[in-house]
Ligand binder design. Structure first.
Ligand code: SF4
Length: 634
């Protein structure tokens, strides 16, 4: 099987059973990575499975193009049930863990059961062991990684590890590889913790063979040239996505200022990316097979946080700890980010819970007594840093915030519920007033809060000519237009499912700019790599199939149209200041976009449930049968 390792590794921690099955059983319909992960998840759970049930699988999947040296093909996917939403959970991470798993001989790793004591997995090619992790339990991700490497005597081992947050079943816990690369959102660190699984260590020496080496190398070179030619790449190489927050704030009032009370932050000058790179960057770092190296190794050399080092961050850290929580200096933002990496906390979920508490404090709903004596003023960075620790440890008020803002607000009750800004119980950092397609893409994302499904990053950043030529929708250039956005979001969701299944980083794709890797490129790469025949049409059909499986997992769990409606704040409170002052999400127009979206998807407009016809058209008869059994067909 060209371009695949060929095997799925299955580990049952209860029964200590280690088996394999061929990837080819699933690859034709679901490609690989996220696609196969999602199918296995659907197949091996049922309506009553909950994320922390030992029988709930957690599945690691490498993209089809990983290990082939395709530019930017480094991503792996982790899928399970979502510990925040109860529906589908799906995360994607870069770095070096995914390729190493494939070099070890496995396209996917499916783990079920619960070990009686803390354990870690050691996957060294054919040799697979469940090992004792008693001595690593309670350690940060960084300490555990270095201790395991030391125990195994190999510095080149790649690890995916949880921190204390995952062990303590924090709902916003994530899985960390390479120090700061996170399989974030969806609480998958908690799912791993519930299995007493501290880490997965992998080492592999296999190589991945492609079907047509000459054609493949030619294509890779073309893609590299394309990426290098894109005008925005120079800035991207230096700043990664960090400048997005600055751009969106300064041009559109598009940031989550003080828990989304505004979209424009007048302190943005205090955290310019130029200063960060000049004063704190030690060197650029990147993922496997990516010449862009969009991240930085950072070091604080003086002041309160002197000695703090860690891998840099993307725009969400800046939006979360800067714009959303009002921290206006780089050292404290770096410190917050590093703490999250070490504790194994997702920055979006963590900052979301803290922002909810801060707004409740601002409005007198919570007081110092409720917050263990902390004075949670917006700019009190010490209180924010202490809350990060408390959340990871589930200590005091941290125990409540570890549940996420939605559940915390249900406990506190009353007006506090207005300030929990989430989709499907998962925190948002994305503001939904300033770009209408973005708003729709975030709202309908099956995994809950987050933009990494159909929210188009190119919206408003592309010319009308390019918008029409590449995406077939001229209004993609107009961030405030509602027309045509349902079509864009649907297309983007299908294409994103493909990117996550082949393992190419979205930042190098049409998600960001039509001058980067598009569907035609992926099609040609797949043909050269696998030796199988592909075209853009069946590629996107496969993406649609994968997206429908995700949707079906949510539908089976009881999600409906109501779960796709954004928080009231975005409909009721216009942006208060800056260039986007007055922007709001208009309810009627949003509902109309939603109708169009369900219509294009072929789902029921009233309920959002997938229809039998659509599922059968996608060759998903078994999914249709299962939904019908539970009365969840549209
Ligand atoms: S663009 Fe950045 S995140 Fe994406 S693969 Fe390259 S280094 Fe990794």
């Amino acid at each position: 099987m060209y371009s695949y390792a060929g095997k799925i590794l299955r580990i049952n921690l209860d029964k200590k059973k280690i088996t394999t099955e061929p990837t080819s059983k699933y690859s034709e319909k679901f490609l690989g990575g996220r696609g196969i992960n999602q199918w296995l998840l659907f197949k091996e759970t049922n309506q009553s499975t909950s994320p922390l049930d030992p029988e709930c699988p957690i599945i690691f999947g490498t993209g089809v193009l990983l290990g082939t040296l395709t530019i930017g093909a480094c991503r792996y996917n982790v899928d399970s049930l979502n510990y925040l939403t109860g529906g589908v959970g799906s995360s994607n991470s870069g770095g070096h863990f995914g390729p190493e798993l494939k070099f070890a001989g496995y396209d996917h790793l499916l783990i079920k059961g619960k070990n009686p004591d803390p354990c870690y997995l050691w996957i060294d090619g054919e040799n697979v062991e469940i090992r004792d992790a008693e001595g690593y339990w309670g350690k940060t991700t960084w300490d555990a990684d270095s201790m395991i490497r030391k125990e195994l005597g190999d510095e080149d081992i790649q690890l995916a590890t949880i921190g204390p947050a995952g062990e303590n079943l924090v709902r916003g816990a994530c899985i960390i590889n390479n120090g700061a690369r996170a399989a974030g959102r969806c609480g998958l660190g908690g799912v791993m913790g519930s299995k007493n699984l501290k880490s997965i260590a992998v080492r592999g020496d296999d190589s991945i063979e492609v079907a047509d080496t000459n054609e493949f190398l030619k294509l890779s070179e073309e893609i590299l040239k394309k990426i290098e030619k894109d005008l925005r790449m120079d800035s991207f190489k230096t700043y990664g996505t960090m400048k997005v927050a600055q751009h969106d704030n300064d041009n559109w009032s598009g940031c989550p200022v003080r828990n989304f009370q505004d979209g424009y932050w007048d302190k943005s000058d205090r955290i310019r990316c130029e200063d960060l790179v000049e004063n704190y960057s030690v060197k650029n770092i990147g993922c496997f097979a990516c010449p862009v190296s969009c991240s930085h190794w950072l070091k604080i050399s003086n002041g309160d946080f002197e000695g703090t080092t860690g891998e840099g961050f993307q725009t969400n850290t800046i939006n979360n700890f800067g714009y959303k929580l009002n921290i206006d200096n780089w050292p404290a933002i770096i410190k917050a980010h590093v703490l999250c990496s070490q504790y194994g906390l997702d920055v979006d979920n963590t900052a979301g819970s803290i922002a909810w508490a801060a707004e409740c404090y601002q409005r007198g709903i919570l007081d110092k007594k409720d917050l263990d004596g902390l004075d949670l003023e917006w700019d009190n960075q010490d209180a924010i840093l202490e809350l990060i620790r408390k959340i990871a440890m589930r200590e005091g008020i941290g125990d409540l915030l570890a549940e996420g803002s939605k559940r915390a607000s249900e406990k506190i009750g009353g007006e506090s519920q207005k300030y929990a800004i989430h989709m499907k119980k998962q925190e948002l950092y994305e503001t939904l007033r300033y770009r209408k397609g973005w708003a729709l893409g975030v709202a309908v994302s099956p995994r809950g809060g987050g933009h990494l499904r159909g929210a188009p990053a190119f919206e408003g950043n592309v010319s009308p000519e390019d918008a029409e030529k590449f995406y077939g929708v001229k209004t993609a250039s107009d961030r405030n237009a509602y027309e045509g956005k349902a079509k864009i979001v649907t297309w983007m969701e299908n294409f994103k499912a493909i990117l996550d299944s082949v393992g190419i980083c979205a930042l190098l794709s049409w998600w960001k700019s039509p001058h980067l890797v598009g569907p035609e490129d992926v099609t040609r790469l797949l043909e050269a790599a696998t030796g199988k025949s592909w075209n853009v049409r069946n590629l996107l059909k496969t993406g649609e199939r994968i997206h429908n499986v995700e949707k079906a997992i949510n539908s089976r769990a009881g999600f409906t149209r109501l779960d796709d409606i954004p928080p009231e704040r975005f409909f009721e409170e216009p942006i208060k200041s800056g260039p986007g002052k007055g922007d709001i999400l208009e309810r009627d127009k949003f509902e109309q976009m939603l109708n169009e979206y369900y219509q294009i998807r072929g789902w029921n407009i009233q309920t959002s449930l997938p229809t039998s016809n659509k599922l059968k058209e996608l060759d998903l008869e078994k999914v249709a049968e299962e939904l019908e059994k539970h009365g969840k067909l549209g």
